[in-house]
Write a protein that binds this ligand. Sequence first.
Ligand SMILES: *Cc1c(COP(=O)(O)O)cnc(C)c1O
Length: 393
Amino acid sequence: MDSKNMGFNTKLVHAGDFEDAFGSAVVPIYQTSTFAFKDAAHGARLFAGEEKGYIYTRIGNPTIEALENKLAALENGFGGVAFASGMAAVSTVYFSFLQQGDHMVSTAAVYGPSRGLMENVLHNLGVESTYINTSDLDLIEKSIKPNTKMLYLETPANPTISLTDIKAASEIAHKHGIVVVVDNTFSSPYLQKPLDLGADIVLHSLTKFINGHADIVGGAVITKTEKDYKKVRKTMTYLGGNMDPHQAYMVIRGVKTLSLRIERATENAKKIAEYLENHPKVAWVKYPGLKSHPQHELAKKQMKDFGTMISFELKGGHEAGVILMNNVKVALLAVSLGGVESLIQHPASMTHAGVPKEKREEAGISDGLVRYSVGIEDVEDLINDLDQALAKI
Ligand SMILES: *Cc1c(COP(=O)(O)O)cnc(C)c1O
């Protein structure tokens, strides 16, 4: 069956599959670095692109390609390119579409290393950038300069859980001939399909929801057009951030249950967000599914459901955060997100402990901010866990 005619869940299980000589039920791992040509003319045809086939795993490999085709089908894109990590996907997108003298406008609450790469590497090569609150569409329009070539969005953004209207932002960018990139890691194609909303390029850290089991690191770029696909693939083969076949096999296995995992974890997240919102030691909760979220209506319009990421602020500030961290027993104290296991993090005392307070607060990280990535455990266990730990504050 052509994946174009499949529903989303059928794509999760079957898109990208191919028949092998033995009728293998799952995509086999082609753990090989190189592929033998039948003869000199065959090698020449493959290199000239006149015949489909495999040459060398950095350029292409059947297991990796099966994953790339599945991801392209899930995002309704033309093609996909898989990477060794999410950051390899980010860097390849920057190098594919930005040159010396170009300017990029980006969501300010973007994934830290995406900004770090821009400001510490791309700036040295003559690329400029402006970081703004992309929830404000007028600010996007105002930030565009004659040399702006990329609008880089993350929605919902981390840790503010603020949303950007992808459709409206893409319309503004396209008026100026600007390529629109969306880091869709926080949503996955189950919750949000940026290409359908007008974006040109989607990228993922597969490490998070798509693999979903906290056992590999990986990345992907999915493009709307063939032209952009060719550009990204070419840049990837130069930069060398390709995925490994074994990694691809793991992601193909993990992604099959994406809908089931997110549906269950979202059900849990809604209950936890409500529980926290009514807790006397919690100042506020940011979750797109709560009516109190300033972009609740946009979330309903743009996303299939509200996702599994919650931010909340403890009234007791830094000290309360440390007590909570030291007393939760079910949720793991860890960075990352989107796995079957619940993860909790207090940035002020953990990931951002070395960042000066003003810089932290500029990025939306207050003293009592806690980030919770809700997993698929029993929600009663997760709430009881939070309840006993909050009681210690
Ligand atoms: C984790 C993450 C990345 C980077 O991905 P890696 O797989 O860790 O390299 C990029 N963007 C977002 C939003 C992420 O959460």
